[in-house]
Design a binder for this molecule. Structure first.
Ligand code: MN
Ligand code: MN
Ligand code: MN
Length: 203
């Protein structure tokens, strides 16, 4: 189970202000490219499953993931998550020709896509995706991820934190933002849901 605090920032100024404040705690910046797949007849999405490749810094790293039954409430998101490292070159070939993905034998995730969700030969389609600049900070014992997500219909800003004590950590993050006069709201939908809706959230 993946549990994350997710706070949405209203604009690039709020994002810039928070990056400035957190800069002494900077750990990493990743240029991520997320590409999504579904089965024919929306076999995965109709079962609330999200199947994704994430490429890091062009082709330096690639992670295959499957998230199922995501729920987001009051700025805390919970989902069943499986992740596997994947060969980036083969990953790119699978994006170009999604049928290649189902032919990969070595992956537990793809086994689950085939067996649990019944996605068969030729049954995977690429949905496209979006880019995300993720800046990682080590702050007060937490790993904060500040995201600038670039859709072709606009840019969304979000602060995320994977957490074992989400209610407590949400309060810490809210305090950090409030103390510094940074506006925020609880994220109500996932980045994938925003991508599929083709519009940024209203608040
Ligand atoms: Mn995760
Ligand atoms: Mn996340
Ligand atoms: Mn995460």
């Amino acid at each position: 189970m993946e549990v994350e605090v997710k706070l949405r920032l209203p604009d690039s100024e709020a994002h810039q202000k928070l990056s400035d404040i957190l800069s002494p705690c900077h750990a990493n910046t990743f240029f991520q490219e997320n590409v999504f797949f579904d089965g024919a007849n929306a076999k995965l999405s109709s079962n609330l499953a999200v199947h994704r490749f994430r490429f890091y810094d062009d082709n330096s790293r690639c992670v295959l993931s499957l998230k199922a039954k995501p729920v987001i409430y009051n700025g805390i998101s919970r989902a069943e998550e499986h992740e596997e490292p994947f060969d980036p070159t083969i990953g790119r070939a699978c994006v170009a020709e999604p049928w290649r993905l189902l032919a990969v034998d070595s992956s537990e995730i793809l086994k689950q896509v085939r067996e649990e969700f019944g996605v068969g030969e030729g049954g995977l389609v690429c949905l496209g995706g979006f880019r995300n600049v993720r800046t990682v900070y080590n702050w007060e014992g937490l790993k904060l991820e500040l995201d600038e997500t670039k859709y072709d219909f606009g840019t969304n800003y979000e602060l995320e934190c994977e957490s074992l004590s989400p209610e407590r950590d949400k309060k810490l993050l809210e305090k950090l933002l409030k103390t510094n006069g940074i506006e925020f709201s609880y994220s109500k939908v996932s980045k994938f849901a925003i991508f599929r809706s083709r519009k940024l959230p209203d608040s």
